[in-house]
Structure formats: structure tokens, C-alpha cells
Design a protein around this ligand. Sequence first.
Ligand code: FAD
Length: 269
Amino acid sequence: MAERPRPPFWRITGMESRDTDDHRRNIPPGSAVLLTTELNDPTKTEQTMEFPITLLNKEQLTHDVVRLTLERPKGYEFTAGQAIDFKLDLPEVKDKVSPFTFTGLRTDDHLELTIKCYPDHHGMTEQIAKLQTGDEVIISEPFDTVELKGPGVFIAGGTGMTPFIAILRQKQVDGALAGNSLFFFNKKKEDVFMEDEFRGWLGKDFHSVLSKEEAPGHLHGMVSADLLKAHIKDFHQPFYTCGPEGFVNAVKGALTSLGASEEMIDVQF
Ligand SMILES: Cc1cc2nc3c(=O)[nH]c(=O)nc-3n(C[C@H](O)[C@H](O)[C@H](O)COP(=O)(O)OP(=O)(O)OC[C@H]3O[C@@H](n4cnc5c(N)ncnc54)[C@H](O)[C@@H]3O)c2cc1C
């Protein structure tokens, strides 16, 4: 598959071009490794850090989505909606770097990732599915994905939900959920993760939409102007959408046809 383009608000760390030298293998968990990447201007450098950390727990949320609980390095800070570049020191994924989004709270004493695994891609997530408690993973410093512009409508496709989990979880803790709503699109009921939490946070403002089956308590259909119009009254509020490229484009097309600003925030996975 061709490399997917990164939206402009992603910070390009240049990690893709780094090697995985043996000297990094024996670093104690939690230590930071400082890397220097040359930018276009040879007089300037960008310094980025890598953090080898321990997997504390792995929980299966659905048939293919896992929640990883990870050691939090001392002094490691992030905000809701930020992502990291993720590596494993395994020959199967040598030199591979995959972005994932924190789904825990910035005040938690551990880090949390929620990851959909694709064993048939024979890539990073096939190896993630095999990880066990005590294994080491390597994460970068956090970088921004979603820039918030106030309360609005969050529209997620599959694991495109992940940046919104942290954002909505933080709003819930801050008592700031009023005025937000969430549409979570999946193929089938078995694909829907954290449904109880989302219903608990948002009540009637949470909409689960299934495209490939009908089920009580879930809407049915693909993303369309008709479906969104039936459940959203105000198209002059912030919209945030995240998911696969085709999904995000369908959401943006439907919303702009209903009068929403083309300036809406989107992240493509
Ligand atoms: C900023 C950002 C944040 C993200 N956060 C999360 C998150 O929190 N949780 C999450 O689950 N995902 C997240 N993603 C998506 C995630 O990075 C990818 O889904 C994941 O890396 C894909 O893993 P993989 O095992 O397919 O393979 P890779 O190791 O990336 O690829 C393995 C092989 O599979 C092929 N392949 C890749 N995609 C497809 C496809 N769609 N169909 C067919 N073949 C394919 C590739 O060509 C490659 O040869 C995020 C993406 C971005 C950009």
C-alpha cells in the first residue's frame, strides 16, 4: 500500500529514516535516548527522544482491538489527542515506526494505547497482538493530532476513535462534556469498543452507527448527509473527524453539503 500522506498538523519527526542500532537494545526501561535528526537546513537540527518502556498489561477489548497499559517514564508529559511514534525491537518489524494515539488521561500514572491489530498485514500490529506483559516497546515524544476549537461533533471511523477517547475522557473529568456529541462508525456490533463508557459519558449524544448489520441501540448505514442531518441540528459548530482516508473524505463531503465549514479538523489514519 502506498505511504499515506500526513496532514499538516502532524509533526514529522524523521523517525522513519532512523536505524535501530544494537546500542539501544540494552538501555534500562524508562531511560530516554536523545536522537538528532538533520532537517533541510544543515545548520539546524531537531532533537527527538525515544523511551524504551515496559508493557504492564494487555487487554483484549474486541476481537481485534487491544488496550496496552505501559510504564510512564518519569517526567513524560502529554495532552489529550496527542500521538507517538511506536517501535518494537524485533527483527519482524526492524526499522518500522507506527503512529498510535494516547487514550489515557494525562494525569494517569501509566500510559495507555488502544490499537486495532491486523495480523494479515504481517506488520507492526501483528507483532503488537503477540506482545506479553513485561515486553519492551519504544515510544517517541508525543506530537499533536487534533487541534480543539471548542465543543463540537466528533465523528470517528473505527480506531479513528482513539484521539477522541483521550479528549472526551479529559472533558468528562473536567465536567466539560456538555455541547459535545459523538458518532462512532463501525462495520458490526462486534467491532464497537468502549461502548459503555461512551454511552455513560454522553448519553443520548452518543451515536453508534453500524454499516454491515442492524442491531438494537445502534443506527444503521454508511456516512451520508441524510444520516448526519437526521441527528445534527447545527452545522455551524466545530466538527472533528478521524478515520481511514475514504471515511474522512465521505464525512467532510457530507458535512460541507450541509453547510459546515470546510475548515473542519480531520485526521486520516
Ligand atoms: C497520527 C496517527 C495516529 C494513529 N493512532 C492509532 C491508534 O491510536 N490506534 C490504532 O489502532 N491505529 C492508529 N493509527 C493507525 C495505525 O498507525 C495503523 O493502522 C497501523 O500502524 C497499521 O498497522 P499494520 O499492522 O497494518 O501495519 P504496518 O506495519 O504499518 O503495515 C504492514 C503492511 O500492511 C500493509 N497495509 C497497511 N495498511 C493496510 C490496509 N489498510 N490494507 C491492506 N494492507 C495494508 C502495508 O502496506 C504493509 O506492507 C494512527 C495513525 C496515525 C496516522
